[in-house]
Design a protein around this ligand. Structure first.
Ligand code: NAP
Length: 282
């Protein structure tokens, strides 16, 4: 089995490289230099050279606010990029694993979102990610799409990294008490993706740690665990006036995946403590 990690330099891409090396799996990684997923010829050329069996797409345009005014580029990567990978997978008979987001939901549901709930993106980033899901579902019959949320790992593109930076540079922090989702580690995502592949799962799954939290609860637990003594002032998310609207409550249920794998998934708070105890960031 040969794996190809697309987006190898992102936080999730790096975690897959770590876990596949640890498992002794054969894999190649490609960053944007080796493969720009928005270019179909580039994708096909890479696939013809590598001949992967399983493609793990960790590449994405993740600038939620910038996407409001830069939709063509977000769509080019998150939607056309996903389509290009699906087409190349079909041609090379490779299996595609793709990642999407809780932001495909509008946040109006009272309860955790399941795979059966209808999507209704409320910002341009989310629209581009939802379009990526649709392209994959249209072009492939066998695939894995995992919706993940509030991802953190050994990288700079996470709320945890920002909190640690702000703690060093700001007198106090203002964090939203009214924005909820599931902080989810890249370790959880990579580990349960590999388990899903071993089990031969196919389709759409929500892959998040268990439970849910507000940004405020997340920040407070991080500082407590990392022994950072910094005042956090709770504010409404509306005070930030960000360009992109975000769902207030987009926490997803991981029940479907847990049932299929017959395995528990750790709670977000236990996972965060374990991360803090082992991370180079802390
Ligand atoms: N981060 C979150 O909180 C979050 C939440 C929900 C869903 N997700 C999803 O989870 C997945 C992994 O996210 P992540 O946090 O690991 O992302 P990340 O750290 O931002 O990494 C994304 C990678 O994609 C690469 N990339 C961007 N455009 C590309 C292109 N045209 N061709 C090839 N590579 C390109 C980037 O390369 P450069 O470094 O060169 O730009 C970067 O290395 C993504 O699908 C993301 O949408 C993330």
């Amino acid at each position: 089995m040969k794996f190809l990690i697309i987006g190898k330099n992102g936080q999730l891409g790096k975690e897959f490289a770590r876990i596949l090396s640890k498992n002794g799996s054969s894999f190649k990684g490609a960053g944007r230099q080796e493969c720009d997923i928005s270019d179909p010829a580039h994708v096909l050329e890479l696939f013809e050279n590598i001949k992967p069996d399983i493609v793990i797409n960790c590449a994405a345009y993740n600038f939620v606010d910038k996407a409001e005014t830069d939709y063509p580029n977000a769509f080019k990567v998150n939607a056309i990029g996903a389509k290009n990978l699906a087409v190349a997978c079909k041609k090379q008979n490779a299996f595609l694993v793709h990642f999407s987001t809780d932001y495909v939901f509008d946040g109006k549901k009272i309860g955790l979102y399941t795979e059966k709930d209808s999507t209704n993106p409320i910002n341009e980033y989310a629209r581009s990610k939802a379009a990526g899901e649709e392209f994959i579902e249209e072009y492939l019959s066998d695939y894995l799409i995992f919706r993940v949320s509030w991802l953190y790992g050994e990288g700079k593109n996470s709320f945890i990294y920002k909190l640690l930076k702000w703690a060093k540079t700001q007198e106090y922090l203002r964090i939203a008490y009214d924005e909820f989702s599931v902080p989810t580690s890249t370790r959880t995502v990579a580990e349960y993706t590999v388990s899903s592949l071993k089990k031969g799962l196919i389709g759409l799954f929500h892959l998040v740690n268990s439970g849910y939290a507000s940004r405020l609860e997340w920040a407070k637990l991080l500082f407590k665990t990392a022994h950072i003594n910094k005042f956090i002032y709770p504010v409404s998310r509306k005070q930030f006036n960000l360009p992109a609207e975000r769902p207030g409550f987009s926490a997803m249920s991981n029940e479907k995946l847990k049932k299929e794998l017959n395995r528990e998934i750790s709670y977000w708070d236990d996972e965060l403590v374990a991360f803090c105890n082992n991370s180079d960031l802390i």
